[in-house]
Design a protein around this ligand. Structure first.
Ligand SMILES: Nc1ncnc2c1ncn2[C@@H]1O[C@H](COP(=O)(O)OP(=O)(O)OP(=O)(O)O)[C@@H](O)[C@H]1O
Ligand SMILES: [Mg+2]
Length: 246
């Protein structure tokens, strides 16, 4: 029987790109409502490929990704409605102000009911200082753009949020605040899937951590299982070729 708490699911997901690199090799995992799953792994391990399949930016070669039970490559529109995306390089309009970006992307997503004060409120929630709300993004730092990106994702109010290296390039305080924000979103019941190279923060915030190597999920453990472990040493062991967990 389908577990109704499961929001995101990868089922034996495999991807071979045209030039025949096997980027994903039978990857399976689930992310439940109110859960954060963090994917760690070397450059080229397949993290972005996994996230891109959930959005149907690319199709799997075998297996499937499901969002709330919907197979992403069979019904991509319905799947995307349930997903919000935050990437390292947030795609927002540099010539729009923060508020204009929020308004544009909310309307694009079919939300026409937000007011200016809703936009101000969410920008304050993500920690963007008030004096920047009506300034063009062109002059924003990376962290400020990132905050706008997560504000867009929050306004979409999707049940699942996927983040590709969201804290890369953020200063330590911004990184800390970002993780706090993910924590509150998790507590609101969102299912969160993120890729990161930040072992320390992953251990701090995630309910479950996966390590990917050469397209395979070579380890998946819960935060509780990892509490007593030195995750950095464990990561290095898996990178050095420790075999797949039974
Ligand atoms: N469009 C593409 N065409 C061909 N090969 C690709 C394409 N995108 C990714 N790959 C290959 O697939 C593999 C997985 O790449 P992917 O971007 O998913 O890794 P990643 O884990 O996100 O790495 P990083 O930590 O560097 O972001 C790599 O070998 C990469 O070269
Ligand atoms: Mg990547």
């Amino acid at each position: 029987m389908q577990d109704t708490n499961v929001m995101l699911e990868a089922r034996s997901l495999s991807k071979r790109y045209e030039d025949s690199v096997l980027a994903l090799n039978e990857v399976s995992f689930t992310v439940e409502k109110g859960e954060i799953f963090a994917m760690l792994g070397a450059n080229g391990a397949g993290k972005t490929t996994t996230i891109n399949i959930f959005f149907n930016f690319i199709e799997p070669s075998a297996g499937e990704a499901r969002v709330d039970g919907i197979v992403t490559h069979k019904d991509p529109l319905a799947a995307k409605q349930r997903l919000a995306f935050v990437s390292e390089n947030v795609m927002l309009y540099p010539n729009f102000t923060a508020i204009q970006n929020l308004d544009f992307f909310s309307r694009l997503g079919g939300r026409k009911d937000y007011s200016r004060s809703d936009y101000h409120e969410v920008l304050l929630r993500v920690g963007l200082q008030e004096e920047a709300h009506d300034k063009k993004l062109r002059g924003f730092s990376k962290g400020m753009r990132q905050k706008c990106g997560i504000a867009v994702a929050i306004l979409k109010d999707a049940p699942a949020i996927l983040l590709d290296e969201p804290t890369s390039g953020l200063d330590p305080k911004a990184g800390f605040e970002f993780m706090q924000l993910l924590d509150t979103l998790r507590n609101e019941g969102k299912a969160i899937l993120m890729s990161t190279h930040d072992i320390f923060r992953a251990k701090e915030v995630a309910d479950s951590i996966g390590i990917m190597r050469e397209g395979r999920l070579v380890m998946q453990k819960s935060g509780a299982e990892l509490a007593a472990e030195n995750l950095e040493n464990l990561y290095l062991e898996y990178m050095a070729g420790k075999t797949v967990e039974a």
